[in-house]
Design a protein around this ligand. Structure first.
Ligand code: UDP
Length: 239
């Protein structure tokens, strides 16, 4: 057993933070929180606190990156030094470069980049506080910032992870579950299109468990999708 590892993850059907296996942490989304960005969003998801800011479509620098037929989408994920218990060294590292790339890949399929040739759409994701699942929180925030900027999109992109802890498949891992659990499966989808734009896996599932975890993660995405739509309605009204 590792230092800090709990003896049990589920006691009397409840997880260590009191949630049921299929329950999400508390999620709060607000859009239009930054005056100087074209679009922005703030997401609190359990102990994660994440800001996203969108700029564009705007001129591309450096110019050689411009594409004649479409806009380029650039996503930058970055963790504040104070976002984690052990101070995070500022600046990009392998993990943040990877998460920036998968975030772009998760969002690109919904953005009508063809409408804005020779431009750039930039999204910056700042993790202010981290408590497991920051890539999903970042994708949700970035998707909301794009929508808030009025960038034409086919849909919003919700994201959510499922995983395995103490032999059980659970939704939306907490930090202890992420650190000591058996598996983590973050997923992002395009609702109504049956399209998966992010799927990564850390750890091991036994036969049949992957399908169960994937289904649970998609259900989590659909719950997040409802919260995303509510946040837009709250800011912009509409039925
Ligand atoms: N984490 C940390 N220091 C780091 C990177 C990550 O403490 O430099 C923590 C943070 O709480 C993060 C968690 O480890 O949410 C899990 O990180 P992972 O790489 O699995 O990505 P995430 O689950 O945040 O998408």
């Amino acid at each position: 057993m590792k230092i800090g590892e709990p003896e049990k993850f589920i006691i009397d059907g409840k997880r260590l933070d009191g949630r049921k296996p299929g329950e999400l942490r508390k999620v709060k989304i607000e859009v239009g929180v930054l005056k100087k960005a074209d679009g922005s969003a703030y997401v609190e998801w359990g102990g994660n606190k994440v800001l996203a800011a969108c700029y564009g479509p705007r001129e591309v620098h450096p110019k050689h990156l411009a594409r004649a037929d479409r806009a380029i989408l650039r996503c930058t994920y970055s963790m504040a030094p104070f976002s984690v218990t052990d101070r995070k060294r500022p600046g990009p590292d392998r993990r943040s470069i990877e998460i920036s790339k998968v975030t772009r890949q998760a969002l690109e399929p919904v953005v009508f980049t063809n409408l804005f040739p020779r431009t750039a759409i930039d999204v910056f994701i700042e993790i202010l506080q981290a408590q497991a699942g920051t890539r999903c929180t970042g994708i949700v925030a970035a998707s909301m910032a794009l929508a808030d900027a009025g960038i034409p999109m086919r849909n919003l992109v919700p994201a959510c992870a499922a995983g395995k802890v103490g032999g059980e498949i659970v939704l939306d891992l907490s930090d202890v579950e992420d650190n000591f659990g058996e598996a983590d499966l973050p997923v992002a989808i395009v609702p109504q299109k049956d399209e998966v734009t992010l799927i990564q896996m850390d750890g091991n599932f036994e036969k049949g468990e992957f399908e169960k975890a994937f289904k649970l993660a998609v259900e989590g995405c659909m719950k997040i999708y409802e919260i995303q739509k509510e946040a837009l309605k709250k800011r912009y009204g509409g039925a």
